[in-house]
Design a protein around this ligand. Structure first.
Ligand SMILES: Nc1ncnc2c1ncn2[C@@H]1O[C@H](COP(=O)(O)OS(=O)(=O)O)[C@@H](OP(=O)(O)O)[C@H]1O
Length: 300
């Protein structure tokens, strides 16, 4: 994806979907995903929260311990608006492990950040299962854009400066064609989803509160999914070296576990004037997003 490497990204196309997702979200009737899916691979042990995603680090799970999951909604999607390069078609065996069947009493959570900003995603997910619960993790779009840039920069040294990519003609108009900027227009993306899904099917998680009060935000997620509040304050501690909350015990282990190096990395310094202009740019879109969701995320 050369366009991403240069820091600019073309709009998503269906081929950007990970293979397992395309298989799952294809235009087939409700329920047929299960019949089309490869042989059943139950979520082992009925993990409390299991995040399935495309890519090498795909089966990332940030869960304190294995728990049987109470019968609740059958499917939930987690969308954090930060697309990443999607892996080429994976071998069939790998697809199987990425997208198991959901058995009775289990919840399948699939986390694909790009869904939130992908035009085709609402229609496909609705076609698969209109009662899917949708979890959207959002953070201040200015910080999000810088974080996105930091991620690209870590893979592409020599990338033009943040400022050069964020504005046209020097400090001209904000370049909404740059994906790092465009993705933060949450109100626009949400409009696309609300054509098919009622607001009640969404949970909006604050990225800021995930850091300042992880147990509180995870508590909201558990409530939304109809789960018992199993993950609480006692599972987290603040790791001063990492500068973020970490789990006291990893799933199935006895040692503490923090998220990996790519989560919570230092951001490049961006001039205050650039940050201010972007903040001003996003303000009306943020307000609209607060109105649509009925939640004030406190970014302004
Ligand atoms: N506990 C904990 N540990 C580390 N990092 C944490 C944590 N909670 C939230 N965050 C924030 O998550 C950000 C990385 O998530 P991503 O944006 O890469 O997620 S994803 O791409 O959508 O999957 C990452 O953004 P950056 O700080 O820009 O790296 C963090 O701020």
């Amino acid at each position: 994806m050369a366009s991403q490497l240069s820091g600019k990204r073309a709009p998503f196309s269906p081929s950007d979907f990970p293979q397992h997702s395309r298989e799952r979200l294809g235009s087939v009737g409700p329920g047929s995903t299960l019949t089309r899916a490869p042989a059943a691979t139950p979520l082992s042990g009925g993990t409390g929260i299991r995040l399935l995603r495309a890519g090498p680090s795909s089966q990332s799970c940030h869960c304190p311990e294995s728990r049987p999951v109470a019968a609740a909604s059958r499917r939930a999607m987690v969308m954090t608006p930060k697309p990443r390069r999607l892996e080429p078609r994976s071998p069939r065996g790998r697809d199987r492990s990425l997208m198991p069947r959901t058995l009775d009493g289990q919840i399948t959570l699939e986390k694909t950040p790009s869904y939130f900003v992908t035009r085709e995603a609402p229609g496909r997910i609705h076609g698969m299962s209109p009662d899917t619960k949708l979890i959207v993790v959002v953070r201040n779009p200015v910080t999000r854009a810088i974080s996105d840039y930091a991620q690209t920069l870590s893979k592409t040294p020599g990338l033009p400066s943040f400022r050069a990519l964020a504005f046209r003609h020097g400090l001209g108009p904000v370049d909404t064609a740059w994906s790092a900027v465009r993705i933060g227009l949450y109100a626009q993306h949400l409009t696309n989803w609300l054509r098919l899904f009622p607001l009640s099917r969404f949970l909006f998680v604050s990225g800021e509160r995930l850091v300042s009060d992880p147990a509180g935000e995870v508590g909201r997620v558990q409530d939304f999914l109809g789960l018992k509040r199993v993950v609480t304050d006692k599972h987290f501690y603040f790791n001063a070296t990492k500068g973020f909350p970490c789990l006291k015990k990893a799933q199935g282990g006895s040692r503490p576990r923090c998220l990996g190096k790519s989560k919570g990395r230092p951001h490049p310094r961006v001039p205050e004037a650039v940050v201010r202009r972007l903040r001003d740019f996003y303000r009306p879109f943020n307000r609209r997003f607060y109105q649509m969701t009925g939640q004030d995320f406190g970014w302004d």
